[in-house]
Design a protein. Structure first.
Length: 191
């Protein structure tokens, strides 16, 4: 049985303000650093073999903080960068609803393209590191795409808000991925 723990990056100022980040490379804020540190402390002593991370600042910094305790090889993979939201990036929810009431943002990466990209990257991780227990540090839309795809839509993006620095675990059993649990955030209770 192969296992991957999906870790959403810590909070950024744009998360706090409700702005869409997408491909805009925003760093962690102080709370995001504390969330990553709490996640690091929670995972300290665990038996992971490898960290795979999106190269975007917020994910990479989260991965680096986790690795302070774990001291694991760290591999960056472009396939796990956040979904591009085109002209909606930098806008708050109210601004998006006013400007694009249909939520059809010019220049946005389509859901199908996101799913294809992310699932290909997940296949690559499975092929290269299938015998390893992997921490995958990435982004909300990326994790949502993975969870929605492997749960056949039972875990959908409309009804599931993944909190910053949450943990979701997937397993490769009998030649297919299954969701073990998702959006775990008990380790963040004091943040």
């Amino acid at each position: 049985m192969r296992m991957i723990c999906l870790v959403r990056h810590g909070e950024t100022d744009w998360n706090k303000l409700g702005k869409v980040q997408g491909s805009t490379d925003i760093p962690l804020n102080e709370r995001g650093i504390r969330q990553a540190q709490a996640t690091r402390d929670f995972l300290a002593g665990s038996d992971f073999d490898l960290i795979v991370a999106s190269p975007m600042k917020r994910a990479r910094k989260t991965a680096d903080i986790l690795n302070e305790a774990l001291q694991l090889p760290l591999v960056e993979m472009e396939g796990f960068v956040e979904r591009g939201f085109g002209e909606a990036e930098g806008l708050t929810r109210a601004e998006r609803e006013a400007k694009y009431p249909s939520w059809d943002f010019p220049g946005m990466e389509s859901w199908d393209d996101l799913v294809k990209r992310v699932m290909l990257a997940l296949q690559e991780v499975n092929a290269k590191y299938g015998d390893k227990k992997v921490l995958l540090v990435c982004h909300g839309a990326v994790i949502s795409a993975i969870l929605s795809t492997i749960s056949n839509g039972e875990i959908d993006t409309e009804n599931t808000h993944l909190v910053n620095a949450c943990l979701s675990n997937i397993q490769f059993i009998e030649e297919k991925w299954k969701v073990h649990d998702y959006n775990l955030s008990e380790h963040l209770a004091n943040i």
